[in-house]
Design a protein around this ligand. Structure first.
Ligand code: FAD
Length: 385
């Protein structure tokens, strides 16, 4: 295990901002190749380590310093996310969930809610976000979870599935129908009526703590509802997903980087038929394609982050585009990397084997390939000249 420094990941850079390089090396103190492999094989990240990682602000680094966060801009936060993704997609997935929960509370919560909850998330309390249900996957408008007022309380009933990080979470941000529209509610995982059951043996991101969560008449103070109840569901969900999509896309850049490095190192060092693999043209093509895939995905992510920082009306399309490009490139790139390493990468836990399984899931979450294509096609029609 790499030696861990006791120093918090919050030193001031020259401009008072945390420095990206320092944050990346703080990540490296937590997760090296052996940890990522052993967490994947065990299907678990040690909880005290996750809390420690979170308490250094690394799980939601974009949270403003006024709320106790590191206050990174979207671009630096994305680069940090890519760095984590290059090490371990399970940890990056937990990071995406924490960041999405923090952003949803920041965006939808009132001043009292943000003042109470955000410093907790910046300080290492863990959070996850539940939208999906068995009958509401791509079509979230079929959501059946109900949030109903009862005096000065609300009662939550429903069943969310595949919630990343829910196995570890202290808090769950849950979306449901409410007062003719929708609402998001913050639920302590320990509240009576909350039942968390792990998803058994997920294909990838095996240590990300995916769980199905049932809410049986969970009674909460009315102040647990973020913002005004009865808002349009699409508006609430788009708010959370915009963050989630950029974060997943940057994570895919990290997967591609890990795959390019592993494939290039192997192709350079292994000789077959009298010369290094990298000098066989069909292998060299895989390396070139991996480099292109990573660079293209990174440019799409940078554009999305710039739209985020500028508050651009292009943001939704830019995040969908980045997520779609990066996830597809990561899935194809990871497959190429396994091809280049062949038997050397064909064992459970190996960086390219993990990437192969993890990247496939990136084509499903936060809007599947097909849903992204539908959104992009609508944009193509709407902007046709
Ligand atoms: P379905 O919606 O049943 O789709 C099945 C297939 O049909 C897909 O290929 C889809 O693209 C296609 N399809 C569906 N509708 C259309 C259409 N209109 N046009 C064209 N094609 C269509 N959920 C959460 O709430 N929180 C989480 O943290 C979370 N994390 C996840 C992590 C992982 C690893 C996975 C696998 C899932 C996670 N999910 C989470 C759930 C995820 O959001 C859903 O799996 C996703 O929205 C797809 O829904 P579904 O699986 O029900 O597939």
């Amino acid at each position: 295990m790499p030696e861990r420094t006791a120093e918090p990941a919050r030193p001031a850079g020259p401009a008072g901002e945390p420095e990206l390089k320092h944050l990346q090396s703080a990540v490296d103190d937590f997760v090296g190749p052996e940890q990522a492999e052993s967490w994947d094989l065990a299907g678990e990240i040690p909880l005290e380590l996750l809390r420690d990682f979170g308490a250094r602000g690394l799980l939601c680094a974009q949270l403003p310093s006024a709320h106790g966060g590191l206050g990174l801009g979207s671009l630096d936060s994305g680069r940090l996310t890519a760095h984590v993704g290059s090490r371990c997609s399970s940890l990056r997935s937990v990071m995406t969930s924490q960041g999405m929960a923090a952003w949803t509370i920041q965006r939808l919560g009132d001043p009292a809610q943000t003042a109470e909850l955000l410093p907790q998330l910046a300080g290492g309390r863990l959070a996850a976000v539940g939208f999906s249900e068995t009958e509401a996957g791509s079509d979230l408008s079929s959501m059946a979870t109900r949030i109903e007022r009862a005096g000065d309380t609300v009662v939550l009933d429903g069943h969310k599935v595949w919630v990343t990080g829910a196995h570890y979470a202290d808090l769950l941000v849950v979306f449901g129908t409410c007062e003719g529209g929708a609402a998001a509610v913050v639920v302590p995982a320990s509240a009576p009526g909350v039942h968390v059951e792990r998803v058994a043996d997920p294909l990838g991101c095996r240590a990300a703590g995916h769980a199905n969560v049932r809410f049986d008449s969970v009674r909460l103070p009315a102040s647990s509802v973020l913002g005004s109840p009865g808002a349009p569901l699409a508006l609430l969900v788009t708010t959370a997903l915009a963050y989630g999509r950029i974060s997943v896309a940057w994570g895919c850049v990290g997967i591609l980087r890990a795959c390019r490095n592993a494939a290039a190192r192997h192709a350079d060092s292994r000789t077959q038929s009298g010369k290094p693999l990298a000098e066989h043209q069909l292998v060299a093509r895989h390396l070139a394609e991996l480099l292109v895939a990573e660079q293209v995905a990174e440019r799409a992510c940078e554009h999305a982050s710039e739209c985020w920082s500028a508050g651009s009306p292009e943001l939704v399309v830019a995040t969908v585009l980045a997520k779609h490009v990066a996830a597809g490139n990561a899935a194809r790139g990871a497959s190429s990397a396994v091809q280049v390493l062949a038997s050397a990468g064909s064992r459970d836990g190996h960086v390219v084997a993990r990437a192969y399984r993890d990247a496939k899931l990136m084509e499903i979450i936060e809007g599947s390939n097909e849903i992204c294509q539908l959104i992009l096609a609508q944009h193509a029609v709407a902007t046709a000249e």
